[in-house]
Design a protein around this ligand. Sequence first.
Ligand SMILES: Cc1cc2nc3c(=O)[nH]c(=O)nc-3n(C[C@H](O)[C@H](O)[C@H](O)COP(=O)(O)O)c2cc1C
Length: 212
Amino acid sequence: MLDKALPKNPMPMLSAWLEESWTTADTPNPNKMAITSARVLDGVAYPSTRIVLLKDANFDSGFVVFYTNYQSRKGRELLSNSRASALIHWDKLGRQVSLEGVIVKSPPEESDAYFATRHRSSRIGAWTSNQSQPVDSRDDLVANLKATEQRFEGQEVPRPPHWGGLRLWIDHIELWCDGEFRLHDRAVWQRSLGHATDPTAGGEWSVTRLQP
Ligand SMILES: Cc1cc2nc3c(=O)[nH]c(=O)nc-3n(C[C@H](O)[C@H](O)[C@H](O)COP(=O)(O)O)c2cc1C
C-alpha cells in the first residue's frame, strides 16, 4: 500500500520501486516498459505501443531514459509529437507505474557513453537494422549483418547517428498498488514542465489519491 500521508514528490518512491524490482520482481527484465507514441493525422491520434528497456533515470529532474533507433516508428512519432505515455508493471510486486510526459533526445555524449558499453554484436546490430522498415527476407537481413561486420572489421563500432537515448520528462505519474478486495491503492502526481520542447525541472508536484 501507499503511505497514508502521500509524499509531495513521487520521485524517491519511483526510485525505490525501480531499485526494489531488481531484487524482488522475479523477471528477467524488471526494467521493461511499454511506451506509447502517437502519429497525428488530420487531428486524429493513432497511438502505438511497444516494450523498451528503461536504462537510466534522473530522479532530481524527473526523467527516465531508454535507447532506440530515432528513425524507427516510435522514434519518428516521439520526435515529432513529443507527448508520450509509458507503463511498467511488476506482477509479483503487485505494482504498476504509469508515466506521461515529454520526449527529448539525450545529449549525444550520453548516448555515445551508453553505446560504448553495449556488446559488439548489439553495436553492429544498431548499424544493420533499419528498425521498423520492411525487409524482403530474413536472408537479406543476415546479409546486411555480414556486410556491416566486414565494414567494421578490426575497428571500434561508433554509435550510429540515428541511434541513441530518449528522455521521458515526467509531468504525470501514477503509482498503483494491488489491494485486497480489489481496493487497490493509487495516487497521481502532476506538475508542469519548464519548456515544451526542452523541458527543465518543472513546477511543484501536486498529489491526489484516486479510487481504484
Ligand atoms: C523485452 C524487450 C525489450 C526491448 N527493448 C527495446 C529497447 O530498449 N529499445 C528498442 O528500440 N526496442 C526494444 N525492443 C523492441 C521493441 O519492442 C520494438 O519491437 C522495436 O523497438 C520496434 O518498435 P517500433 O517499430 O514500434 O518503433 C524490446 C522488446 C522486448 C520484448
